[in-house]
Design a protein. Structure first.
Length: 509
């Protein structure tokens, strides 16, 4: 593929800049003046001024190279926190990247700021892509095989939102409920148009590796600062971070089995202790369940000879696990913490926090089932409406408790009804089967590994969403939307290779 089909002509861009130095100087001067004005307006808030300069820089990068703009966006999504971690106040949360502009503490308040930096970034990328296809005749619009199913899914979300508003729902809670799912749909359509080469695929995976490792190091740093313990804190990382770690663990195993991308395989192998310790500091039972189901899914996708290799690895892992369990089953040591999490899920102590957490979720599920039975089982109650609390729930630090439960699979049924629930599962199952079929057609080991983790990302997301929210978490759905958006790229790159068996993937790209 000619790189002109997806990028601006950089030489022409730079030549235009050099022939109009006055314009460049004026833009630089204007940005500097506005940054100084912001410093005065915010009484010396350097973050606000730096944020403005960064925003302008990102804007220029997006319109220069849409894919570069996406790389920045993807990294910031992985780096910054949507929710604060109780007991900590990291700079990755204080940046307010996921907050509405009117709630952003680094800029002056204005009531119309109901959009957040994430949405601004997405809109700018879409505009830049439209500009690109308008000025370049050779731009390739990549076909998305599942576009109709995705469109039906998005329409069903919109109809459920309208249904909620018409039945007396609150708009702001509804907005919080559907935002992440719309991010997924947006990226599902946009990613195939801006990520179309093997090199771009590699960059996406490098960003995922770096971003997830940084979050793991954050958790490890807190673990060390607390005397190599959780010190009573429920978690030391975001809920989402162990989910991303699971994707990388399966990615590493697949690269090792299939002999793909030696550089990324070696880096992941070196980072594995950090990723595993970061996963442990997350202390999320749902993440352990997701990892277990993901490994089973991974095994089912492999061919027989590949499955034998995986089985040998699993036997070693099971042996180590058996020895570990036998040694630490009754231990109160910090090293026994992962085992305690699993035991608390199976047979929790009735006085423990884990038992109360399980009981809270049981009450929630009963209330959700009661809502389905007594309201609108076909169309759902719509977004923005509270589900019924037949069993009163204790107060928790979550303002949307009565709108968004922990079990977000049943939540889909409550909000969208049987029709929407069917569409939801039909769409994601179609993506899984599409990837499973595509995997059998792929010849390149690296493309096969990426195909595997797309399936793993979907399955893992559904498992953790059954136990622990995360369908409404922005970071989760952006990562999932990005990975699912790579499916057409994998298929097209494979076509280029199979059309000329002697041609490498990089040559095809």
């Amino acid at each position: 593929m000619n790189t002109d089909s997806i990028t601006y002509n950089r030489n022409r861009f730079l030549n235009n800049l050099s022939t109009d130095k006055t314009a460049v100087a004026l833009v630089t001067l204007a940005v500097s003046i506005i940054a100084c004005a912001l410093l005065l307006k915010t009484e010396g808030n350097i973050i606000a001024a730096a944020g403005f300069v960064t925003a302008i820089s990102i804007l220029l990068i997006i319109f220069y190279r849409v894919d570069w703009g996406f790389y920045i966006f993807f990294f910031m999504v992985l780096l910054f926190d949507q929710f604060n971690i109780p007991g900590f106040d990291p700079f990755t949360f204080r940046m307010d990247y996921f907050k509405n502009l009117k709630e952003n503490t680094h800029i002056p308040y204005f009531s119309a700021g109901v959009i957040n930096p994430v949405e601004l970034h997405l809109i700018l990328m879409l505009l830049a892509w439209f500009v690109a296809i308008s000025v370049r005749k050779r731009t390739k619009i990549q076909y998305i095989q599942e576009w109709a199913l995705a469109a039906i899914f998005i329409v069903s979300l919109i109809l459920s939102l309208v249904n909620g508003m018409l039945s007396g729902g609150m708009f702001l809670p509804a907005l919080w409920e559907v935002r992440a799912l719309f991010y997924f749909g947006f990226l599902f359509f946009l990613i195939p148009q801006i990520i179309q080469t093997r090199k771009q695929l590699e960059i996406i995976m490098w960003i995922l590796i770096v971003g997830t490792t940084i979050k793991a190091l954050q958790g490890i740093a807190r673990f060390i600062s607390l005397g190599f313990s959780n010190a009573g804190y429920e978690t030391l990382t975001n809920h989402e971070d162990p989910v991303f770690t699971t994707i990388l663990i399966v990615f590493l195993i697949s690269l090792a089995l299939l002999k793909g991308n030696e550089k990324q395989r070696n880096v992941l192998l070196l980072l594995l202790p950090i990723l595993l310790l970061g996963f442990f500091t997350g202390q999320r039972r749902a993440a352990y369940a997701g990892l277990f189901i993901s490994l089973i899914t991974f095994a089912l996708m492999l061919k027989n000879n590949e499955r034998v290799k995986l089985f040998n690895f699993i036997m070693i892992f099971l042996l180590i696990t058996a020895v570990y369990s036998a040694v630490f089953w009754e231990s109160e040591s910090k090293l026994a913490s992962p085992l305690k999490l699993i035991k608390s899920s199976i047979n929790p102590d009735t006085e423990s926090e884990r038992y109360l957490s399980n009981l809270y979720r049981d009450f929630e599920r009963y209330n959700l089932a009661y809502t389905i039975k007594t309201t609108k089982p076909i169309t759902g109650i719509g977004f923005g409406n509270k589900y019924k609390n037949l069993i009163p729930l204790p107060d928790i630090i979550f303002p949307l408790r009565d709108y968004i439960p922990h079990n977000e699979i049943l939540w889909i049924f409550v909000k969208m009804g049987a029709v929407g629930f069917f569409i939801f599962w039909f769409f994601f199952n179609a993506l899984i089967f599409r990837c499973a079929f595509l995997y059998t057609k792929l010849n390149d080991p690296y493309l096969k590994s990426i195909c595997i983790i797309i399936v793993i990302a979907i399955v893992n997301q559904m498992v953790v969403s059954y136990y622990d929210l995360q369908l409404t978490y922005y970071r989760n759905m952006i990562v999932l939307g990005t990975l699912c958006g790579l499916i057409p790229t994998l298929a097209n790159l494979n076509k280029k290779i199979t059309s000329d068996p002697n041609e490498t993937v990089s040559q095809a790209a």
